[in-house]
Design a protein around this ligand. Sequence first.
Ligand code: ADP
Length: 833
Amino acid sequence: MKSPALNRQLQSIFGDEGEARLFQGLEHLEARGEVELASGLRRLIQGADAACAQYAFIQQALAELGGDVLSEWNLRSGRIESGRQWKTLLGYPLDDLEDSVAAWQGLLHGDDVALVRAAIAAHVRGERSSLDVECRMRTREGAWCWLQVRGKISARDEQGNALRLLLLHRNITVRRATETALVAAKEAAEAANRARGAFLANMSHEIRTPLNGVIGMTELALDTDLDSEQRHYLKTVKSSAESLLALLNDILDFSKIEAGKLQFETISFSPAAVLQEAARTVAVSAHRKGLELVVGVGRDVPSRVVGDPTRLRQVFLNLLGNGIKFAEQGEVEARVELERLADTSVVLRCSVRDTGIGIAPERQAEVFEAFSQGDSSTTRRFGGTGLGLAICARLVQLMDGRMGLESRVRQGSCFSFTARFGREEGTVAVPGQGQPFSGMRVLLQEPNDTAAGALGSCLESLGLAVSRVRGLEEAELALARSRELDYPFGFLFAQGGAGLVQQWLQQRPLEKLVLLLNHEQSRDGLDALQAEGLGACLLKPVMAEDVKEVLSLLQGDSGFDLAPIDLQTQVLQEAKRLEVLLVEDNPVNQELARRLLERRGHRVTLANHGGEALELFEQQRFDVIFMDMQMPVMGGLEATEAIRAKELRRSWVVSGDYHQVPIVAMTANAMAGDRQRCLEAGMNDYLTKPLRLGELDRVLEGLQEGGGAVFPEPGGGSGAVMDLEAAEQDLGDRELLRQMGRMLLEEWPTHLSGVNDALQGHKGRDLCRHAHTLKSLVAIFHGDRARRAAQALEQTCQNEAAVDWSEALRLSQELQLALEEMKPELERFASAS
Ligand code: ADP
């Protein structure tokens, strides 16, 4: 018999000798004369044999062509009765393994056995109409082959017990591998995304920290004695580090927007003020390039809206920065207009236009893409990363707006965008209201049309009738004519520069003069105005608010307290108080300075560091500022520079009434280079710590006389442990000195443990700071020995990277010893009453 399947059938019917018994039976039939029946049966058996062989062939072909292999299990005997190609599927020869369910199961992956059994059991029990399970089976090579096994009961007995099971095997190894690879790739991508998020978060910290270190250290180095070449190098380091920080912030912003992580604030703010601030920030660079910077705000723009002012400012700053960067001549104009007013929201249309190099039409869409620049020469010529506009466009989208660009090569570009904000009740401007100067006439001399247009409409909105001329000569003619007609102008707004003032004075003017200055001219203009005591000037770009203020001021009803600081009268008339801003971080020094100043009848406002001083300076007017040098957050030099910059930016100033606030340094660093550094930062005078009443009076008198700063040489000191007599003389008040003593004793342990911790942790900067503070504190009591030790310790750890720690240890021991020496006497003194 050819067919093994038929052979097995015969064996199961007739026992092991199945085929032989069948043929014996046939021979018996023939012997009994049943020849015809026997030959019929022989043909039937041959037919069955051929059919079984054919079935086996089909099975084989099915396995080879389709990959599907069908087998039939006998669930009673545990034999696999037909379909042995599942072995081929696994790489075994057909006669290699037993045709048993046990052999089949022996190849199953241990983890899949239970799954397969459960699937079969569920189907056999009739809980599932078929079985369908994916499992792994070992191949002959020892690898795992993934199979999809689907099956159905093919025979049951009368009681419904399952007898046979048909199973279809399909090799799904490739599909599973692809799926696994896809899952792995997805997981890898997700992990990469998470990693990117974490990386960004870390990067912001990790890069910013050292970068701030670089900037901070450079600032410190800039505060030391340097020749001009070294100063130039360090300034370059500082500005490079600052650009790097700006770039880093750009990249972070961009990634945050991409990741949907950017938070928008919703606070009430003035869109005009945002535009004004942005314009003022870039005004210096525009004027340095000789560009006219013009700002305009539509009359119907609400005074306040609700949204994120920082993001709006960021977009303006970027566009203004680009406008100035890409324009060599002409002007840059930024405007805000009202686009639409809805029930709860306001849509503003903003634009920044320049007369620069322009952008070719085919590149206009590209410039909004990240890292894209106008052309490859842009980076070389202008620098930048190509991120700015991409960020702006996305920020604008997040403000529910759109960004557009109109540009012509060599003629200029206009970037415009809309942005939606929340509405704040009662803030919509009503045209025609508030025209306090109606009926007055103004002659406006301004060569730049855009600037003249903006200022003209601003003056008109205040009710003034404006006549505009371009040049100075035209202005003179117009003035002369108006006088002849006995119909003079009330005001002359002129862009004439400082030279105009002299001419002006000679003519015994009737009109009130307002000089329009840019940053380049501002110093000259101010000096001229101050010298002549006349008129006012406006620093460009001019905003409506400034114009209103300057007009009110000239009208004499300013509503602003611009009384001149006249230190002479104020100090001499003891009754008159000075508003003093005291900037100092140490409580003992704060108290001492405050008490001394108050004793002279002045009112003292306290700031704990330069940052607070800046905020207070914005909110309040001070007659004089006393400024400590070394403070956390923002030191004295930096704060002074920032205050001076703010003063310069204040766009209206009035001759005679205008004063820079005198700033007096207070420092324990009585080094030779200090004077220059203080002066460079814009300070007017200098007090060495500890403060002495006599010195304080001298400084206040020095200010009133307009004299220069007196920078005393560092005193050598007596070398005594402590000299309370001398200290009392300094302050002129024994009780005050006692209080200072008590405060110092309270702080004593903090400073000592500060010194020890810094020593142990090798924290040079902390050690330097503690030594510095101790130095100034013990000096109040003329504790010279401790002061010297503290000073030496401070100097040893000034350069954090190169601290000689054994020397630092020695000096701090010396300091502690000196402190111990003065402590008992100080305690006695402080507790006496
Ligand atoms: P970048 O940091 O390079 O200035 P931006 O995204 O702000 O990046 O600008 C992308 C490019 O668009 C610039 O490199 C420049 O080629 C072009 N561009 C932007 N603003 C102007 C403009 N006002 N005039 C001309 N070209 C501009």
